[in-house]
Design a protein around this ligand. Structure first.
Ligand code: NAP
Length: 411
């Protein structure tokens, strides 16, 4: 692990009463990532530094601190996820990463899932919006502009499962039969779907706080509570309960709106059944803003929504907990393009824009968005976008970063 003594001038981000305290020269750990990580990290770092420099005129500067995970960590230290990597993310509170290969065989768990679990990063946050000029399969992609808060630790993803025909599955079936008279086909695999009040409330609290901070009109709870009453139905009920208990003066439940003026200046809390919601984002996307949902719904919904605005190549993501936040590209390592300076760095760059916003450096985050919009408007883009746009100028990954920097407004 690189020693902190190898750089100077940076300070730690602290958490005080649940809020981040960000110094002007924060130390931010980064994981370059495997495969195309080497290309997109180099490009992204230049964009982040340029945005911060342009927004704050040298008053603020990020002190980057490399930490290791994935293949680079294995080469250097003989392990894919060194304990020091977890320690650094906990210590410095905010970190960013490129994609990581999940080693095949040997019973490896996904490195990404392990990072989220170990650091209890319970909220997976995915903003989904359209950039004018990016090809999309729908007529009005610009109408979709949402931020999805997906619960990251519970639900069928908790990993509580038993294989069909195993003795453990037989034990679980016997228990269910003896205790509750529940009969299950004997050749079944079994999984458990835990959803807790505490897990739900901490996620929805973040979603409502985000809506308030960004003056979003609504938070929609997306669930399958009509069928799964005690898990997804409870998720809905606990969400309304949390909103009333902790944000009663600044939110209003949709069902309590009698006159049009009732919702004025308040965040409307509403809920939709998950299957209907997949139609709603296609048919009436502009009625939705911040969305909160359990793990499995969020997994499907995030990718479906991203496809609607032109695909995962442009989709940023963050995994946020009470102790730390990890921002990341949502695509994989695309090994066939590694080291070719070819791919689109926007997923990581947009994740960095989210990171700056999370740190309260939203001026710099917005400059990045402006720069991307301008580069796309000029049709100066990487191969993935160029192949779908007529008249586009094909750029390398590093050149796209330069076009984004050049596209940032100066004043
Ligand atoms: P992938 O790496 O996302 O690549 C699939 C395809 O998506 C690429 O061939 C390319 O399509 C396109 N693509 C991905 N990133 C792009 C970029 N930045 N710019 C332009 N196009 C991009 O998915 P995969 O091949 O299934 O997975 C490879 C490895 O990544 C696996 O080891 C997997 O475990 C890992 N992975 C990691 C993460 C993560 O770290 N968060 C997420 C997913 C997968 P075209 O060839 O059509 O241009």
């Amino acid at each position: 692990m690189v020693s902190e003594k190898s750089f100077s001038g940076g300070d730690r981000i602290e958490i005080d009463g649940g809020a981040l305290k960000v110094p002007d020269n924060p130390i931010i750990p980064f994981i370059e990532g495997d495969g195309i990580g080497v290309d997109i990290w180099a490009a992204s770092k230049r964009v982040f530094d340029a945005a911060v420099e342009r927004a704050y005129g040298g008053k603020r500067k990020i002190q980057w601190f490399e930490i290791f995970a994935g293949e680079k960590a294995n080469e250097k230290f003989g392990e894919y996820l060194p304990a020091a990597t977890f320690d650094a993310i906990r210590k410095y509170r905010v970190a960013i990463k490129g994609p990581l290969t999940t080693p095949v065989g040997g019973g490896f768990r996904s490195l990404n899932v392990t990072l989220r679990r170990e650091l209890d990063l319970y909220a997976c946050v995915r903003p989904v919006r359209h950039f004018n000029g990016v090809p999309s399969p729908v007529k009005h992609p610009e109408k979709l502009d949402v931020v999805i808060f997906r619960e990251n630790t519970e639900d069928v993803y908790a990993g509580i499962e038993w294989e069909a025909h195993s003795s453990d599955a037989a034990k679980v079936m016997k228990f269910l039969s003896d205790s509750f008279g529940v009969k299950i086909a004997p050749d079944s695999g079994i999984g458990i779907k835990p959803i807790s009040a505490s897990g739900t409330k901490r996620l929805v609290r973040r979603a409502i706080e985000h809506a308030l901070a960004h003056k979003a009109p609504s938070v929609t709870i997306v669930h399958k509570g009509n069928i799964l009453k005690y898990t997804e139905g409870a998720f809905r009920d606990w969400s309304y309960e949390l909103a009333a208990e902790e944000f009663g003066d600044v939110t209003i439940a949709e069902n309590n709106i009698v006159d049009a003026g009732d919702a004025e200046g308040k965040v409307v809390i509403k809920d939709r059944i998950a299957d209907a919601m997949f139609q709603q984002i296609l048919i009436r996307p502009d009625e939705y803003s911040v969305l909160a949902m359990p793990n499995l719904n969020g997994d499907y919904f995030s990718d479906a929504a991203a496809a609607q605005v032109g695909g995962l190549g442009m989709a940023p993501g963050a995994n946020i907990g009470d102790e730390a936040a990890l921002f990341e590209a949502t695509h994989g390592t695309a090994p066939k393009y590694a080291g070719q300076d070819k791919v689109n760095p926007c997923s990581l760059i947009l994740s960095g824009s989210m990171m700056l916003d999370h740190m309260g450096w939203s001026e710099a985050g917005e400059l990045i968005i402006d720069g991307i919009e301008e580069a796309i408007r000029q049709k100066t883009v990487t191969y993935d976008l160029a192949r779908q746009m007529s008249g586009a100028k094909l750029l390398k990954c590093s050149e796209f970063a330069t076009a984004i920097i050049d596209g940032m407004p100066t004043a």
